[in-house]
Design a binder for this molecule. Structure first.
Ligand SMILES: C[S@@+](CC[C@H](N)C(=O)[O-])C[C@H]1O[C@@H](n2cnc3c(N)ncnc32)[C@H](O)[C@@H]1O
Length: 236
């Protein structure tokens, strides 16, 4: 039993993203016909799978270091009938040196060591007319808990993408409802496991993780931490 994987059990995305947001972002990435899409730090690649469902001529590669999350993605790809167009690779996203029409990086910039490093590494990997969906945290309010290590405001983040050679096609930010759904489902999956496993080993660890996460969210970053979804294209 891995408590962190357990906490992901009830999540659709490992990010504060609703179904409507996913649909909106996939539409914003158009045109997707025959597009080769790479999702870096894909987790179980839910957004990539929805994109492949929406565009039957697109193909996708999901790259992540966590084998269990990739297995969930492979399984879902089979169930959803897109497995022939989806490949999953267990690897460091920061070492990816291919090219793509569309790159997705949602909550994975740490794979390159930070926001700027991610943007600088991904830009030359986009083919002509390519698009990047970049999902990244930003500082919604000042002050906010320092230990989150998020320095950029939303304006800072967008300006940084420009400094790194991108132009912005679309901006969306996670709503309070998206955040609350994400964080409460994260904690709720652990609570359900505790209810259903009254004598299991590891209960103390699971309860402590749920308590720590809930407190960090409700007494810490709720309302202070933002999450942006930027659709970017290399500037000419
Ligand atoms: C916050 S999750 C986001 C997952 C997914 N993009 C989503 O939105 O559902 C970050 C993911 O990055 C992965 N990850 C962390 N370091 C990585 C690395 N160096 N290379 C590839 N993936 C990495 C983690 O395993 C995790 O699945």
């Amino acid at each position: 039993m891995n408590p962190t994987l357990l906490a992901h059990a009830d999540l659709d995305f490992n990010a504060p993203m609703s179904d409507a947001r996913a649909e909106e972002l996939i539409a914003a990435l158009a045109p997707l016909n025959s597009a080769e899409v790479v999702d870096l730090g894909c987790g179980w690649a839910e957004l990539l799978l929805r994109l492949l469902e929406a565009e039957p001529s697109a193909t996708g590669i999901g790259i992540d270091t966590t084998g269990e999350e990739l297995s969930r993605g492979r399984h879902n790809a089979e169930i959803r009938g897109v497995a022939e167009r989806a490949r999953f690779v267990q690897s460091d996203a920061g070492s990816w040196d291919g090219t793509a029409d569309v790159v997705i990086s949602v909550g994975s910039s740490h794979a390159w060591g930070g926001t700027r490093q991610a943007l600088e590494a991904i830009r030359p990997r986009l083919r002509h007319g390519g698009r990047l969906l970049f999902g990244e945290a930003f500082r919604e309010t000042t002050p906010m808990p320092d230990d989150l290590g998020v320095d950029l405001s939303l304006a800072d983040l967008v300006e940084l993408t420009e400094e790194c050679g991108f132009r912005m096609l679309r901006l969306a930010t996670a709503s309070t409802d998206e955040w609350d759904s994400f964080e409460s489902r994260w904690c709720g999956a652990l609570e359900k496991w505790l209810l259903n496993n009254p004598t299991a080993a590891g209960r103390e660890e699971v309860r402590a993780l749920a308590d720590e996460h809930r407190t960090g969210w409700l007494r810490g970053y709720r309302g202070a931490l933002g999450f942006a979804y930027l659709v970017l294209t290399p500037g000419s």
